[in-house]
Design a protein around this ligand. Structure first.
Ligand code: AMP
Length: 279
């Protein structure tokens, strides 16, 4: 496994590959856990060469304290990557990616950017679009892997690729969970013991909402979920939405043939967790 931190060096290496070689790419912000590893293992199975980037992208954080508190476990990340046969790791610093100008491009994602995470995290998807487009230019992947834990992000990246005609296949990968159902996230390590014990309630509520959705209309399901969190001592609901998987617009009435998904964001003190489930 080779680690590059400079754009010029990784580009040179990638340019040296034979034309027919497939490159699998998994962009991450580090603090790797089994959720990340599941994406990377899939990439290892499906490609000749696998590149993982580790870059905590400042422009996608709407809150400075979240950026400052983002865990950094680089040494451990590198040994995990080595153990699962990753070929290349790209660990640029901010200057390498942005020069002096730490700013996002402005994207039009046909409205996907105004739903859910876009409403609550201003500028987040412009930051995501900027970094992913930049990394795609550098790594030139055949296949790029993104987790459905950030389902809205997967749809945004699909739109980015479609609109900018980028030559890459986007592969959405299933959410990887702890045995108690909590979706794995780099933020989970920041939870207190009590919060960690409470957190599986998020997935449990999604499962119950899924069941309810089979028998009741969306408004009733939404009310039910909001009520479940109203008096929760540790978990504060930011949003719960049922949306069309493609447009991400809130459901009005069920149309047969359309796919729907429930999305949730909660706070445990200042730690924000998201999850979703296909309905
Ligand atoms: P991050 O480092 O949080 O930016 O995540 C890097 C990639 O890993 C993104 O595509 C995430 O959606 C994905 N990811 C993070 N957590 C999980 C999980 N629990 N299951 C599947 N994919 C995940």
């Amino acid at each position: 496994m080779i680690v590059y931190s400079e754009i010029a060096s990784i580009k040179k290496r990638i340019k040296s590959f034979n034309k027919g070689l497939t490159i699998g790419f998994v962009p991450t912000m580090g603090a790797l856990h089994k959720g990340h590893l599941s994406l990377i293992k899939q990439a290892v199975l499906e490609n000749d060469v696998v590149v993982v980037s580790i870059f905590v992208n400042p422009t996608q954080f709407d809150k400075k304290e979240d950026l400052v508190n983002y865990p950094n476990t680089l040494e451990n990340d590198l040994s995990l990557l080595k153990s699962i046969n990753c070929d290349i790791v790209f660990t640029p610093n901010q200057n390498e990616i942005y020069d002096e100008n730490i700013k996002s491009e402005n994207f039009d994602f046909d409205g996907l950017e105004f739903q859910m995470e876009g409403k609550f995290r201003k500028g987040h998807f412009n930051g995501v679009g900027t970094i992913v487009k930049r990394l795609f230019e550098i790594v030139t992947p055949t296949n790029a892997y993104f987790g459905e834990k950030d389902f809205q992000q997967v749809q945004i990246i699909n739109k980015l690729v479609e609109k900018h005609k980028l030559p890459v296949n986007i592969i959405g990968c299933e959410i990887y969970r702890e045995p108690d159902g909590l979706a794995m996230s780099s933020r989970n390590v920041r939870l207190t013991k009590k919060q960690r014990l409470a957190a599986p309630f998020i997935h449990k509520t999604l499962l119950a909402a899924k069941e309810l959705f089979g028998t009741k209309n969306a408004a009733i399901v939404i009310d039910w979920v909001e009520n479940e969190f109203k008096n929760h001592p540790l978990l504060k609901l930011e949003y719960f939405e049922i949306a069309d998987e493609k447009t991400l617009k809130p459901i009005k009435k069920v149309i047969s043939g359309q796919k729907y998904r429930a999305f949730i964001a909660i706070f445990a003190d200042e730690i924000r967790l998201i999850d979703n489930i296909s309905l």
